[in-house]
Design a protein around this ligand. Sequence first.
Ligand SMILES: NC(=O)c1ccc[n+]([C@@H]2O[C@H](COP(=O)([O-])OP(=O)(O)OC[C@H]3O[C@@H](n4cnc5c(N)ncnc54)[C@H](O)[C@@H]3O)[C@@H](O)[C@H]2O)c1
Length: 331
Amino acid sequence: MRILNGTEMWNAVTLTEVMDAVEDAYAIHKSGRYTMPDRFCAARGGDLMLYMPCFLDSFIGTKMLAEFPDNPKKGFPYLSGLMILNEAETGQPAAVMDGGTLTAMRTGAVSGVALRYLAPEACTSAGLVGCGTQGLHQLLYACAVRPLTDLYLYDLHVPDPGPFCDRLREKLHACGINRGIRFHFCRDARSLAEQSEILISATQATDPVYPDDEALLKGKCLIAIGSWKPDRRELPDAVWKLCRFAYTELPYACEESGDLAIPLASGLLSPDRVRYMEDLIQDTKEGRPHEQADTRCFKSVGMGIFDARCAQLICEKARQKRIGAEIAWDS
Ligand SMILES: NC(=O)c1ccc[n+]([C@@H]2O[C@H](COP(=O)([O-])OP(=O)(O)OC[C@H]3O[C@@H](n4cnc5c(N)ncnc54)[C@H](O)[C@@H]3O)[C@@H](O)[C@H]2O)c1
């Protein structure tokens, strides 16, 4: 069984390979060649344990994630966990890897794929609301898919985004993205949105992070990955007045995320305007692009199939490159 820490996982794969694995996960989801029960969530107070099994053809992936809201105050990450891969043929354990790294890597790649299909090719600016772990990886992949030169940052609770920028610069460099990128710290989400073509939110916000202002948000490409509970949202109503479609991963997102559940309940968003990223990808590849408005939006809640497919990629590449420790069971 192979054991991989976060650094080894990053050394095993490239950003493009992870995004291609995410596209493949969408194709597998569309084909139905998988078994993925609803994610099981165990809670004590505000602390959550999420268990996400998924059977693919060659591996079974089970991600176990701890979401502990008070962790950042204690100096620990908000999300942490483990990913376990078992051989699909025999059920034998194949690999264990860092679930926090896998989450950040694949969630960044999920947004990278959304930008591949939704963002204008020549975008040079992106704004990030929420300078945490996911946010950093969101920008990493955004820089890989669009020629971004200016990144705008805003966080309600981070007074000095300097360390965040240093970490992102290091990651960009390690991933071979060496163009001069300028960082701008914004006093609020309005000034961030005024200057950014792409808007990414990666927060635990309970209320919309942007002003409910159509003129401000018109023509933007919005990616919202945070606030996945039914009573929370990052996106204001204006988004649904401007977008033709709401792209997401699967129907369950409409129940799980307030970003979709709240406008669907109020009638602002109708069910026929909710579209799935897997269809956009396949239709675009087959020459049937969706008729879009100039404002576009992808809401992500994630799904276990992304974790399983990306972990499969990491495991196979790590085996080829002899990265990580191999341990033998003696049972
Ligand atoms: N869609 C997915 O697949 C997926 C995957 C992983 C995490 N998530 C979600 O992404 C979110 C962020 O996770 P993380 O691991 O980066 O957490 P984190 O704590 O590392 O970062 C979140 C950042 O958002 C900031 N923030 C919170 N509320 C804000 C607000 N109203 N305005 C501006 N900034 C605000 C916090 O100060 C923090 O710096 C969580 O809601 C998590 O559940 C989604």
